[in-house]
Design a protein around this ligand. Structure first.
Ligand SMILES: [Mn+2]
Length: 402
């Protein structure tokens, strides 16, 4: 069976809403055309309460994707708590962006209710294609400290005679080594033929318990971190060959251009930057995003001439490229540069929300926080529902505890 794996479509992502839709459309249409089944490990939508226009984009996308396709593979078994309304083998889970409290319906549930896909959050789904079976065990994005308990509760067991997939949407410690709550590769359940993860927006290929582990990355640029400079796309996994291919889609390109200013004159720097920008303008489908990062031992003050000229160049290109100039890495002291480089490396690929949450959890730990509401839930409540809703719940938990 051929399985397409695409992830993190982020429909409704404000900065590049059109990119999000177009690139999701290309990925999904071509995935449906090339594969017998489609797996989507989370973040179809960018927000937990997408507005009607964005929901309509999601419905249109999945409605069109299945239009005219005669699926020979079918979902024949589903073990979850909810009902399913289709046998079409498009299997999705909710991601961190769609996450809601446990029993509330989220936007992926809506696509499930419309019979456009099967929501496999906390479920086992069996796909049959003329006797060949693929079994998918999956859970939707949960707070990081709940991952191990969620896996225990799901109790996934690979089935004999089938191709077994484990699908989820979480951070992985080895890829983001700044938070102890993140699950490690060897803590994932053993015995599966393929591991599929979402959440991380650059594509990752690895081995877990000796078997392939794939993260397709997002179909749209969002985080603008080092890892997003590569191409966007999705995987096709062939169970007969036990092999996979990354299928590129047309997308806006992103590039971090690091320029060491030490020992170079302004003209040299500008010439170098300009030729790179010209090259980038010829790639991708729309104006590329280029971050020019000045590095070196010079202080920002000492390089202000170059800075001004780079800004002038950026405005000359404003119709063809989105150029950002970053001189935060310029520093006279070498030690500071090392610390900054280290910090940058750790932050690479992590979202601002993950980092904020890690800081918040750490601070609460230091203060001896012990309420029954987990720090992550509290963070979610404060960032989404506001303190008007969060404070009464905290009081409730406080008095219940006494
Ligand atoms: Mn995402």
């Amino acid at each position: 069976m051929k399985i397409a794996i695409l992830s993190d479509l982020h429909l409704g992502y404000e900065r590049f809403a059109e990119d999000a839709y177009k690139q999701a459309e290309e990925a999904l249409m071509s995935a449906v055309e090339l594969a017998d089944a489609v797996l989507i490990p989370g973040d179809i939508f960018d927000t937990r309460n997408p507005d009607v226009e964005v929901l309509s984009q999601g419905f249109t996308l999945f409605r069109n994707a299945s239009n005219g396709k005669k699926w020979s593979a079918k979902v024949i078994e589903y073990s979850g708590r909810k009902r399913i309304y289709t046998s079409i083998p498009i299997i999705a889970i909710s991601g961190t962006h769609e996450r809601k409290s446990k029993d509330a319906d989220n936007a992926v549930d809506l696509l499930g209710l419309a019979g456009l896909l099967v929501n496999a959050s906390e479920a086992k789904v069996t796909i049959d294609n003329g006797g060949e079976r693929v079994v998918v065990w999956a859970f939707g994005g949960v707070a990081e400290e709940k991952v191990k308990d969620t896996i225990k509760e799901l109790a996934p067991k690979p089935e004999q005679g089938a191709f077994n997939v484990f699908m989820f949407h979480q951070s992985i410690y080895e890829l983001l080594p700044f938070d102890d709550r993140f699950i490690r590769y060897d803590e994932l359940p053993d015995g599966f033929d393929l591991y599929v993860n979402g959440h991380i927006h650059s594509n990752v290929e690895h081995k877990v318990h000796g078997k392939p582990f794939l993260i397709p990355g997002s179909t749209v640029l969002t985080q603008l971190k080092e890892g997003e400079q590569g191409s966007k796309g999705f995987y096709i996994f062939d169970t007969a060959e036990n092999a996979y291919t990354f299928m590129e889609i047309k997308s806006r390109r992103f590039k971090i251009m690091k320029i060491d200013v030490d020992g170079k004159d302004g003209k040299e720097i500008l010439r170098h930057a300009e030729s790179e920008i010209e090259r980038m303008c010829g790639e991708g489908i729309s104006a590329p995003i280029i971050r020019i990062m000045l590095i070196g031992k010079k202080t920002a003050g000492a390089s202000s001439g170059i800075n001004i000229q780079l800004h002038e160049m950026a405005s000359r290109y404003k119709d063809r490229a989105m150029i950002e100039i970053d001189n935060g890495r310029l520093n006279g002291e070498e030690m500071k540069m090392h610390a900054e480089a280290l910090r940058q490396e750790l932050l690479e690929n992590s979202s601002v929300k993950d980092l904020g949450m890690a800081l918040f959890v750490e601070k609460l730990k230091q203060k001896g926080y012990s309420l029954d509401i987990s720090p992550t839930e509290l963070f979610d409540m404060l960032s989404h529902d506001g303190k008007e809703k969060a404070v009464p719940k905290v009081f409730e938990a406080l008095f219940e505890q006494q």
